[in-house]
Design a protein around this ligand. Sequence first.
Ligand code: UDP
Length: 340
Amino acid sequence: MKNILVTGGAGYVGSHVIVSLLEQGYGAVSVDNFYNSSPKVYQRLRELTGKDFIDIEADVCDEAKMKEVMAKHDLWAVIHCAGYKAVPESVSKPLEYYQNNLGTTFSLCNAMRQTGVTRFVFSSSATVYGEPQFLPYTEEHPTGNCTNPYGMSKVMNERILTDMAAANPDWGVVLLRYFNPIGAHPSGRIGDAPGGIPNNIMPYILKVANGLLPVLPIAGDDYDTPDGTGLRDYLHISDLAEGHVAALRYLEDFTGSEAVNLGTGQSVSVRELIRGIEKTSGKTLPTEIKSRRPGDIAEARADVSKAKRLFGWETKKTLEEMCADAWRWASQNPQGYEGE
Ligand code: UDP
């Protein structure tokens, strides 16, 4: 059995990645410091998969600890999901964002070199593409034109990992450029659980549907799009998680580095997303039109042909399933993991 280190394994993406790994016969070792997640997720993961895995409370920036973990658990690959991810916060705290989002990668790469681990899957983001020069974004679209430190930290990580793969011919690196993951595991037991006022649209919609926030701000309805609201390529979190396992399979006999988009190839508007949750929840959501967020673009949509070609991966879940699963999770866990 191949053992995989999942950093940020208690987080929204990492927890769903662990489900996919365990279901497909991999061993998982999660490292998380619960900076933005709850240890309660682990028990739920064990219940819903019927499988065990190792969980370690540690800061991924702690290089000695990462080396110890890699050596002890006979790891084959690293899936690096840990990171700070709030765009507005990254603007006010750039140093913290660069220090953490780059420091974790430095620590992992050093530990890998010392222990002989050669496979790396990185949680990157479509934000690396910036303002679209053409759509859908192919992996060849220029990157680096980001408007905030969060996005730049993804760009810099991509560059560091690409350079590491070039310098170490036995390394295999996949940079997964996520579009907009939403939804939750169909069991309703794990999902996205941001505290406070969410930055992303889906958790915000769900908090309004649960009555935890009074009104949904629509960040601009004057975009050059069919209904005036922003268009994004939303994909189901379980499909996204499967994309990581597909990347691992690809890495079995691949060395070098590849950037790969994970999306559906379709874009959906803010209003369509609201309607999706209204339909599945049976509620009418109060909205108010606000001004555009600085740096927001009208549309983001992935060219998904590379993921299909390299990994044989494509999304399977519909927007209806994304909304139904998101609402099942949110309605059953209105306080996230803290409600029990
Ligand atoms: N959005 C919105 N209200 C919010 C948050 C987001 O209308 O409170 C819109 C935003 O303008 C964009 C879409 O929802 O069109 C997705 O935003 P999100 O922050 O979830 O993802 P990203 O912009 O990073 O793709």
